[in-house]
Design a protein around this ligand. Sequence first.
Ligand SMILES: NC(=O)c1ccc[n+]([C@@H]2O[C@H](COP(=O)([O-])OP(=O)(O)OC[C@H]3O[C@@H](n4cnc5c(N)ncnc54)[C@H](OP(=O)(O)O)[C@@H]3O)[C@@H](O)[C@H]2O)c1
Length: 251
Amino acid sequence: MTDLDGKVALVTGGATGIGRATAALFAAEGARVFITGRRQAELDEAAAAIGATAIRGDIADLDDLDTVAARIAESAGRLDVLFANAGGGEFNTLTDLTPESFDRTFDTNVRGTTFTVQKMLPLMPDGSSIVLTGSTTASRGGPGGGTYSASKAAIRQFARVWAAELAPRRIRVNVLVPGPTDTPGLRGIPGDETHVDGFLAQMAASTPLRRVADPAEIAQAALFLAGDRSSYMTGSELFADGGEVQVFPAA
Ligand SMILES: NC(=O)c1ccc[n+]([C@@H]2O[C@H](COP(=O)([O-])OP(=O)(O)OC[C@H]3O[C@@H](n4cnc5c(N)ncnc54)[C@H](OP(=O)(O)O)[C@@H]3O)[C@@H](O)[C@H]2O)c1
C-alpha cells in the first residue's frame, strides 16, 4: 500500500521544479495526478514523463481555474489532495517597486492561490488535504524581497484561517516552506546565466546544511503533508529549509 493509493491529486505549477518533483512522487505513491501551468509544451512533456494529466491554466485567471475544476470533475469526480504550489515573484526594493510588479506577484501568489483553493473546494471530500507552498522569506526580512515575502506571509496566514474554516469537514490545510531549492524558478532570479552558480553558492551558504535542496527532497515533505502520515497537522507549516529559518548558520 502506498501513501496516496487511489487518491486524486492536483499540483499547480506541476511542470517544473518543486511541483514536478512532487507530482512525480504523488504518482509513484498511487495518486491519479493532474498538473497545471501556463506553458502547454512544458506541461505536456512533464505529464508524459510523470504519467499525469495536463490542464493548461493560469492561476491568476478565474476562468482558467473554473476550467481546471470542470476538467477534474468530469474525469475524476473529486479531488483528495490539492498542492497549491504555483507561484513566483519579482524582487525589487521599496524604492524600485512599481504598482505593476506588485500586482503581478500578488495576483499570482495571493489571489491566485486563494481562488485556486476556493474553486477546487467543491470537489474536495471531507477529510481531504490542502498543501500551500510558502517560503522562508515569509519569516525573514531581506532587502529586495518585500513583495514576494509579503505574498508568502499572506499565504501562511490564509492557511491558519482556512484550517479553522474547514476543520468541521476534517479538511486539513498546511503550508510547506521550502528553503533554497534548485529549480528553474530559483535559477531565474539572478537574471543572467553567468551569475547562476554564484547565486546558488550564496543560497547554499545561507543554510546551516550549506547546500540548496534537490526538488525531490521538498517533494517528500509535500507527500507527508498531503497524506495521512500528517493526520494531526492543520494550520501548520513544515520547514524543509536546510535549517535556514530555525537555526543560525554555523560559522
Ligand atoms: N525554489 C526555491 O528556492 C523556492 C523556495 C521557497 C518557495 N518556493 C516556491 O515554490 C513554488 C514552486 O517554485 P519552483 O522553485 O519550483 O519554481 P519553478 O520551477 O519556476 O515552478 C513554478 C511553476 O509554477 C508555474 N506557474 C507560475 N506562475 C503561474 C501561474 N500564474 N499560473 C499557473 N502556473 C504558474 C510555472 O509554470 P508556467 O510558467 O508555465 O506557468 C512553473 O511550472 C513557488 O510557489 C515558489 O514561490 C521556491
